[in-house]
Design a protein around this ligand. Sequence first.
Ligand SMILES: [Zn+2]
Length: 297
Amino acid sequence: MKRILSTVAFLTLLAAAAWQQAASQPSLVRELAPGVFYREAERDKRIIANTGWVIFRDYALVIDASFPWGARAILPDIRKTTAKPVRFVFNTHDHGDHAFGSAEFVVAGAAVICSRECAEESLRKNPAGWARSADLRHEKLEHPQLSFQDRLVLDDGERRVELIRMGPGHTRGDAVAWLPRERILFTGDLCVNAPGDNVADADANPDNWVRALDAMADWPVVHLVPGHGGLGDATTLRGQRAYLAARIDGVRAGLARGASAEDMARSLDFSRHVPFGRDRARNEVSVKAIYARFAGK
Ligand SMILES: [Zn+2]
């Protein structure tokens, strides 16, 4: 009897330890409002970008497909929150860390949506990038299947999500997902909450990107899900805007006095823009990219 009791005590301790461990590992998924989910990136698993999903009356909409291995990690997390089918996956732009997992959602029954320009960029640019990656050799590239010009609204009377093209900015086709009732904004890479946004895409448009951030800063945003980094709010848009404008202004001033791209990359300091400007190497890359665009090189 004593032996049985001590075995029970031991098993209870084990269960308690397991529970404590589970409790100390915070979930990657957070419900921002009833039926609106955000899943943070897992850099150690090369799932770089944030993802979201929204539950409508009859189906789920996914926001950003991630890489194929990301999509395969995200789908089971979606299944834990709803039994409804994933009918649409909306990609904020064509970059691989946001869009290359689209085929996984198509297999699950979804159609791939993005702006018309994003679809055009996917067809024009992604086959070459895909072919260069050994990681993608056994994966399938799925281009967008449904595109829109300025805005596409999904509204079933209970839930409303507006897909709105804001680009060209980070890319030509950038679009965001806006939930006006819940005041939740999924920005893709138009806004990040981490060091160093990427203005190196050949189709990036820094000046219009500032205008896009200004426009969104006027929306009553409560939760902002950035393309990368932790959850933000309206202040994240303003911080991103200030960091971007500082680089544009710095490069324009440098060009006016005949400074070289190297000079500017070395001398311009953006460390006060936290967290955006904290990575010196990324700042240098983006200054050179903006220089190349403005100098027509
Ligand atoms: Zn991107």
